[in-house]
Design a protein around this ligand. Structure first.
Ligand SMILES: Cc1cc2nc3c(=O)[nH]c(=O)nc-3n(C[C@H](O)[C@H](O)[C@H](O)COP(=O)(O)O)c2cc1C
Length: 177
């Protein structure tokens, strides 16, 4: 299963990027994940007549993927502008996310681990008919305490839960493809 991984933080030492890389490596047997570059120009309808090359490349990666993994930070109780911008680009000209299967994880330094951002994200993705894995909600709170210096998740309970969510997603994908 080819999975486009969309990380909503551009920060070099982003916990969400670390989480995405951990998932990419740990579940490589089940999912062929690729982290996409979301450092795209701000969406502007005027650019649609002559799409920037990086937007074309991004849209193709999403379009060609079998599924999408969203790895979201929480900014001011919602998703980041970076992630929303990427979703907006993916939704235009060719509807690259339409009816695609996907799942959501997120990490934040706060106590709720991106709960509010993920609620918004599910609502946004519903508008394009994405088939997001229901019920499996991965909220990684206090992210600054959950990774070691190699970028591995060190919280055993979180890793075990993530194992079950990825297994559930693989089964969901197989049932619905
Ligand atoms: C503009 C901004 C808004 C933020 N708002 C929230 C928030 O609403 N809830 C929360 O838990 N953390 C919030 N944070 C803290 C983030 O959880 C923290 O910066 C986290 O490390 C961001 O993810 P990253 O490590 O992947 O970049 C905010 C951070 C920024 C920069």
């Amino acid at each position: 299963m080819k999975v486009a991984i969309l990380v909503g933080s551009l920060r070099e030492n982003s916990y969400n990027k670390t989480l995405a890389t951990f998932i990419q490596k740990r579940y490589a047997k089940d999912i062929d994940g690729e982290l996409l570059d979301l450092n795209l120009p701000l969406y502007n309808e005027d650019l649609e007549s002559d799409l920037p090359a990086d937007v074309v490349a991004f849209k193709k990666e999403v379009h060609d993927a079998d599924a999408v993994l969203f790895v979201t930070p929480e900014y001011n109780h919602s998703i980041s502008g970076v992630l929303k911008n990427a979703i907006d680009w993916a939704s235009r000209i060719t509807p690259d996310l339409k009816e695609k299967p996907g799942f959501i994880v997120g990490a934040s330094m706060g106590g709720l681990g991106t709960v509010r951002a993920q609620m918004h994200l599910r609502q946004i993705l519903d508008t394009m008919g994405m088939r997001i894995l229901p019920a499996n909600e991965v909220f990684i709170s206090a992210a600054h305490t959950k990774f070691d210096e190699k970028g591995d998740l060190i919280d055993e309970g979180t890793v075990a839960f993530l194992d079950s969510v990825v297994a559930n997603f693989v089964a969901f994908y197989e049932r619905n493809k």
